[in-house]
Design a binder for this molecule. Structure first.
Ligand SMILES: [Zn+2]
Length: 254
């Protein structure tokens, strides 16, 4: 098993981005003194890439998820087997291939369709060329800011989707997952613009999403139509005051 620091940086046992960054710097310091390359692009996450991750305008829980992905600490079935557990290593979603990070996040049949629906197929292909989860997250940190957010939000949603399915819940469609991801990224930009007053979310035609008051659920409905292809899509989503998705559905119009 790799030398990965245990999470004990916070007195209350809570994750914070700042403390994660401090731990990461310590890991790098230890690795470089033991001769393991940590800073070159294409190897594993270096200081620049971690900074890029921690500075992203999205909730800390998504950054924490990326930290765990990069350290192979997600409970992917191949990781569990690597820790000595005697388990079925087949993918939770397709039951066909071995479930490692590369398969689950980049190659599993349905997730490939979601990457395509989100218009980030080119980025998926680039990430397919990486050799480890750490390299995948590192490579992602060199992409354009908006793409980074879409990708890590998608990975996080897909991990939650995989866990829902493992618990026997009904799977969400490609259109639903793409819609949820796009809306969340839109929400991060809106919340951030509201907080910083410096980054207007002008590229989004639907305007800014603002969270509701505590204990109030907000419903957003969206639709789009492409005249050239004569196709369209629709979606709706209920979110709470923290922007957490409570329920969502989306589909295509033929
Ligand atoms: Zn699969």
């Amino acid at each position: 098993m790799d030398d990965v620091p245990a999470w004990n940086e916070d007195k209350r046992g809570l994750f914070s981005v700042k403390s994660a960054y401090r731990v990461q710097l310590e890991v790098q310091r230890r690795n470089s003194s033991s001769g393991i390359a940590t800073s070159s692009r294409g190897a594993i996450m270096g200081e620049r890439e971690w900074k890029s991750l921690w500075n992203l305008k999205c909730p800390g829980k998504i950054k924490h998820f990326c930290w765990r992905l990069a350290h192979n600490s997600l409970a992917l079935r191949l990781n569990l087997q690597g820790r000595g557990m005697d388990i079925d290593t087949r993918c939770v979603v397709c039951s066909y291939q071995v479930e490692d990070g590369s398969h689950l996040f980049l190659h599993c049949k349905q997730i490939r369709e979601v990457w395509l629906a989100l218009g980030i197929e080119k980025e998926r292909e680039i990430l397919c060329g990486t050799r480890s989860a750490a390299e995948m997250v590192s490579e992602c940190m060199h992409m354009e800011e908006h793409k980074k957010l879409v990708i890590i939000t998608l990975l996080w949603n897909w991990w939650n989707e995989r866990n829902r399915r493992r618990e026997g819940e009904k799977g969400r469609s490609v259109a639903e997952l793409a819609f949820i991801t796009t809306s969340q990224v839109h929400g991060f930009a809106s919340v951030n613009a509201r907080m910083s007053h410096s980054e207007p979310a002008t590229r989004h035609r639907a305007g800014r999403w603002t969270p509701p008051e505590r204990n109030v659920i907000k419903l957003n409905i969206d639709g789009a139509f492409c005249p050239r292809r004569k196709t369209g899509s629709w979606g709706f989503m209920f979110r709470d005051f923290e922007g957490e998705v409570i329920a969502a559905a989306a589909g295509n119009m033929p």
